[in-house]
Design a protein around this ligand. Structure first.
Ligand SMILES: [Zn+2]
Length: 240
């Protein structure tokens, strides 16, 4: 057997084995189209042609690999399905997670093609939102986030879901309440949590979720970071 033929035969099997191994460790994820053509399918489904097929491959791959990373931060006890609706969302929205329905919505066009490349960051970002909400409910904190917690929620989804960190203080950080109102948290908030999550990992999560920053603390990130550090130190002392 020549080398090329060997790989052509062996590789698909390797992939299949890895996939089924990973799947057994993951919560189930159901994917639905918003139009009523296809109904709930397990992530492992081989189904849907054309772009739909490619989309599900993209979600599959992201879900498998990103969930491993995300689950290092979020201890998910409830392994029931995370629902995904795929459709064309319109406007600037590429993906979102709805607290009301507990489902993610992804725009097939934008998730699949950004500068001609498949972009799976959106998938893992929304998975992070879904898991953070679930985690918050599990620790008795109710659905999460409320509208005033948008800054911190985006920060966590970017750090945990997309694996993006930011240690340097952004130069255009909002200086007052008015600027804060006009600032899109997607671009800045990650600075608030990077140092905390780098140092304390998942241990910082419940403290951050239960103690979101006030507007004043967003304006001076170090004051928020110190507040969370104190909470963590006190809880450690309490355990000794
Ligand atoms: Zn988000």
């Amino acid at each position: 057997m020549n080398l090329r033929r060997f790989f052509r035969t062996i590789l698909p099997f390797t992939f299949l084995l890895m996939t089924s191994y990973n799947l057994s460790n993951l919560p189930k994820c159901s994917i639905e189209k918003r139009t009523n053509i296809s109904v709930s399918k397990n992530l492992s489904s081989r189904y849907v042609s054309g772009k739909g097929r490619e989309f599900i491959d993209c979600v599959n791959r992201t879900y498998l690999s990103e969930f491993q990373r995300i689950s290092r931060f979020i201890p998910v006890r409830d392994r029931s399905a995370i629902g995904i609706d795929y459709s064309i969302l319109g406007g600037d929205t590429t993906g979102n997670y709805s607290l009301k329905t507990g489902r993610m919505a992804l725009d097939t066009n934008k998730v699949l093609y950004i500068n001609g490349m498949i972009n799976c960051h959106v998938v893992s970002h929304e998975i992070a939102h879904a898991l953070l909400d679930r985690f918050s409910r599990e620790i008795g904190n109710g659905e999460w986030p409320s509208s005033s917690e948008e800054w911190i929620s985006e920060a966590l989804a970017i750090y945990i879901g997309e694996g993006r960190r930011e240690r340097a203080f952004p130069q255009n950080w909002p200086r007052d309440s008015e600027e804060l109102t006009c600032t899109n948290p997607r671009h800045y908030g990650v600075h608030l949590v990077t140092r905390l999550l780098d140092k304390y990992g998942g241990r910082a999560l419940s403290s951050i979720i239960k103690n979101p920053p006030t507007r004043d603390q967003i304006l001076i990130p170090s004051s928020y970071q110190n507040r969370i550090r104190n909470i963590l130190r006190n809880s450690q002392r309490g355990r000794r």
